[in-house]
Design a protein around this ligand. Structure first.
Ligand code: CP
Length: 309
């Protein structure tokens, strides 16, 4: 692939060109197919700081493993055990990390734009590990990687219909996936209650539906999202029971889908709400493939950013 990576930071999918997406996917594929490629330890001597100001299991562990696999020294900091608790600002925290020669800062933060804010003030490479309801770029990268892996390289993106169902309004995963999938050429339909899937999303080049049952049979991929109560300050639907009856993917609905439909979920799952356990754990589910592929995508992102002086 002749395209070269030129960005200091990985902040959003929105800002990337299709060639950037393809380069990350290709680099990750190489790490997956040739695990020995990491043995050269291309990040030896580099310091990676995982700065998580919001809870995480998958993203934090995966970035830590990816950096270690590439030979970097890794420090993980969370808000509960850091000087954030004493009122230290994000900017001051970033400058402290840079004074200790951090080469990479991986930031998860509840405020949209926090990674961009820090990226503009530090020499270190910034990677967005999820900022508010804004973006979660590496999640979308390994979601698309997983789709490509399952459907094969010969399946055109333009032939794929991806349905994303759930709390779209508060979902950084949905936004990053919409940007990635539209840049690659896939058809995307966003589904959920009108309060959580407003018409304004059509501006991103997607279709909108409030009728999950109507879109199920035509979907090649169904991505379920949990209700993000931590970001909602009021009720967006009358009851969880009503939500489940209209938008929960249970076995009955699953049986109306294409036989090779991919069932995706970024996790964490609220079993019995957006997805029933028998579907989440069934043969069409890619939930754990997504987690596994997160490792090589994050290795690829770290390696590409490291190539920028
Ligand atoms: N999907 C995801 O970001 O999971 P975590 O919150 O566990 O990192």
């Amino acid at each position: 692939m002749s395209h070269a990576w030129t960005r200091k930071d990985l902040l959003t999918i929105r800002e990337l060109e299709r060639a950037d997406l393809e380069l990350i996917l290709e680099t990750a594929r190489d790490f997956k197919q040739r695990p020995a490629a990491a043995e050269a330890r291309p990040l030896a001597g580099r310091t990676v700081v995982n700065l998580f100001v919001e809870p995480s299991t998958r993203t934090r562990t995966s970035f830590e493993l990816a950096a270690r696999r590439l030979g970097a020294d890794v420090i993980s900091i969370d808000s509960e055990s850091s000087s954030f608790r004493k009122g230290e600002t994000l900017k001051d925290t970033g400058q402290v990390l840079e004074a200790m020669h951090a080469d990479f800062v991986i930031l998860r933060h509840s405020a949209a734009g926090a990674p961009q804010f820090l990226a503009e003030r530090l020499r270190a490479h910034l990677l967005n590990a999820g900022d508010g309801a804004h973006e979660h770029p590496t999640q979308a990268l390994f979601d698309t990687f997983t789709m490509r892996e399952r459907f094969g390289p010969d399946r055109a993106w333009e032939s794929l219909h991806v349905v994303i169902c759930g709390d779209i309004l508060f979902s950084r995963v949905a936004r990053s996936n919409v940007w990635a999938l539209r840049k690659l050429g896939a058809r995307v339909t966003l589904v959920g209650p009108a309060t959580l899937v407003p018409d304004v999303f059509r501006e991103l080049g997607v279709e909108i539906s409030h009728d999950f049952d109507a879109v199920l049979p035509g979907a090649d991929v169904i991505m379920l999202l949990r209700i993000q109560h931590e970001r909602q300050r009021r009720s967006f639907f009358p009851s969880v029971g009503e939500y489940v009856s209209l938008f929960g993917l249970d076995q009955r609905r699953f049986e109306r889908c294409k036989p090779d439909v991919l069932i995706m979920h970024p996790g964490p799952i609220n079993r019995g709400v957006e997805i029933a356990s028998e579907v989440a754990d069934g043969p069409n589910s890619t939930v754990l493939d997504q987690v596994e592929n997160g490792l090589v995508i994050r290795m690829a992102a770290l390696k590409l950013l490291d190539g920028i002086a």
